[in-house]
Design a protein around this ligand. Structure first.
Ligand code: HEC
Length: 129
């Protein structure tokens, strides 16, 4: 009889600790899922900011003018009026050294940090000036 009581106590104990574990695991997975969701949202927001042509161009506007209407440092061609393809080809050219005039050094350092997606977004944005 004593063994029986002991055995059922042990069973109850194991049962409890199992439930606790289950609660813990499900709590963990809720936390995991929430963290994953937050990560996804943060990444989406980052992407939108980074791949937005207007935002990227704000760094270029100091030299080229907000609407590409200035000759940068008094030497560059106007960006205004150029097609998306021209802009993309020229930026890639600065990036790989196949395009540029006397002051191409200024641009190649800018172009080197641009990804394919950013160049695409810039081409799209600039062609609408
Ligand atoms: C510090 C000033 C400066 C900044 C900032 C700058 N540029 Fe330039 N950009 C120049 C100069 C100077 C030239 C001409 C370089 C040469 O001799 O080829 C030029 C040329 C260009 C050209 C080629 C124009 C043509 O038709 O020949 C493009 C396209 C261009 N820049 C895009 C950009 C973009 C996009 C950004 C921002 C990511 C940017 N630039 C930032 C100074 C700047």
């Amino acid at each position: 009889m004593r063994y029986l009581i002991l055995a059922s106590l042990v069973l109850v104990f194991i049962g409890c600790s199992d439930t606790e574990k289950n609660i813990e695991t499900s709590n963990e997975s809720i936390v995991d899922k929430t963290v994953q969701k937050i990560d996804t949202v943060v990444n989406n927001v980052k992407e939108e900011i980074v791949i937005d042509g207007q935002t990227i161009f704000s760094a270029c506007a100091t030299c080229h003018g907000i609407n590409g209407e200035k000759k940068a440092l008094n030497v560059s061609n106007l960006l205004q009026g150029q097609s998306k393809n021209e802009i993309i080809t020229k930026l890639n050219g600065y990036k790989n050294g196949t395009y540029g005039g006397a002051m191409k050094g200024v641009m190649s350092s800018q172009a080197k940090i641009l990804t394919k997606e950013k160049i695409e977004a810039l081409g799209d944005y600039i062609s609408k000036f």
